[in-house]
Design a protein around this ligand. Structure first.
Ligand SMILES: Cc1ncc(COP(=O)(O)O)c(C=O)c1O
Length: 355
């Protein structure tokens, strides 16, 4: 039986996608074998690779002066790839809004004059810093648009004349974004895009050939741009399932449609938490994520009980990250509204029984 799965990543996938992948598992499009067993130089795989890129371009309205590549190593590898690829003055500013932002900053430190322009660590990352002043002469500003662990997101991008490099791993395709406002966008697939194993990088083409002299071939964006993400063996199955997820999103009504659904889902949960004196979400209201919603009950013991009983009721993977505690409901694109309603019903019942 399928349950409602609130995992922060790898995360729930649309049932239609899983059913289609299952159907194709033994015999893809009458090839007589699966996508997992197919040469990445074959015609069918090249078509999958191209279609995934076309769909992403269409859904995100990616302008022609941006390159799109599919690489491996997760978003974490891009923490290193970013300073190695955009290396003009070897100077960049980072905004620290959570654990992943901090990790990105630490990797970049090795490659130049890297500074923290602002941080919300003073309040355990429960807000997004505002009115940030960046240094002159920087190659880029690095931000994390949605903070998976802490449940915050940028309602507005910071003002800067430098290119914004965005880790969009946990909110890509969740709402309308203007790609023109970014220099680079990267995202691990395992939340809104598909299974783990593939990472999407979208790069404005004037930022492509500014590579650090020590940048390894595999980390160079230009390597993958030149070979259409086929420089070496790609994670074929992950790219294929990502293509199915993108197709699902397009057929569902695209980003505009899913944004409405996502906002409605988040509203249902936040309204319930805000009207309760039992559950608490500590994030500043204007900075709340619509993808990851952390909350607590009055005690760590009750949190544990909540997580166990929720799982018994078909609401799984709700445990919060150890840096925050409590629970976290990750309600990415593939989480149906019914899942959130069922969660709120359970929260009501749990509160009555444990108050
Ligand atoms: C915002 C954000 N950035 C980076 C990462 C790390 O991604 P990966 O595990 O693909 O390296 C995650 C993982 O959850 C994330 O949520």
């Amino acid at each position: 039986m399928r349950v409602y799965n609130f995992s922060p990543g790898p995360s729930t996938l649309p049932q239609e996608v899983l059913t289609k992948a299952q159907k194709d598992l033994l015999n893809y499009d009458n090839c007589g074998f699966s996508v997992m067993e197919m040469s990445h130089r074959s015609k069918p795989y090249k078509e999958i690779n191209q279609k995934a890129q076309d769909l992403l371009r269409e859904l995100m309205n990616i302008p022609d002066n941006y390159e799109v590549i599919f690489v491996q190593g997760g978003a974490t590898t891009q923490f290193e790839a970013v300073p190695l690829n955009i290396s003009v003055n070897k100077k960049a500013d980072y905004v620290i809004t959570g654990n992943f932002a901090k990790k990105a900053y630490k990797e970049a430190l090795k490659y130049g004059d890297i500074a923290i322009a602002a941080s919300s660590e003073d309040q355990n990352f429960t807000y997004i810093p505002k009115n940030i002043v960046f240094r002159d002469g920087i190659d880029y500003v690095h931000i994390t648009t949605n903070n998976t662990i802490f449940g915050t997101k940028y309602a507005k991008l910071p003002k800067t004349s430098a290119p914004i490099v965005a880790d969009m791993s946990s909110n890509i395709l969740s709402e309308k974004m203007d790609v023109n406002e970014f220099g680079v966008i990267y995202a691990g697939a395992q939340k809104n895009l598909g299974p783990a194993g593939v990472t999407v990088v979208i790069i404005r083409n004037d930022l492509v050939d500014k590579t650090h002299e020590l940048c390894p071939t595999m980390l160079k964006w230009s390597t993958h741009i030149k070979d259409q993400s086929l420089y070496n063996t790609p994670p074929c199955w992950s790219v294929y399932v990502m293509m199915l997820v993108l197709e699902w999103l397009k057929n569902s009504g695209g980003v505009e449609y899913i944004q409405k659904v996502n906002e409605e889902k988040a509203q249902i949960l936040y309204d319930f938490i805000d009207n309760s004196d039992f559950y608490v979400n500590k994030v500043q209201k204007e900075d709340r994520s619509i993808m990851n919603i952390p909350f607590t009950t009055p005690s760590p013991e009750l949190d544990e009980k909540f997580i166990a009983e929720a799982a018994e009721n078909g609401l799984k993977q709700l445990k919060g990250h150890r840096l925050v505690g409590g629970m976290r409901a990750s309600i990415y694109n593939a989480m149906p509204i019914e899942g959130v309603k069922k969660l709120v019903d359970f929260m009501k019942k749990f509160e009555l029984e444990n108050k």
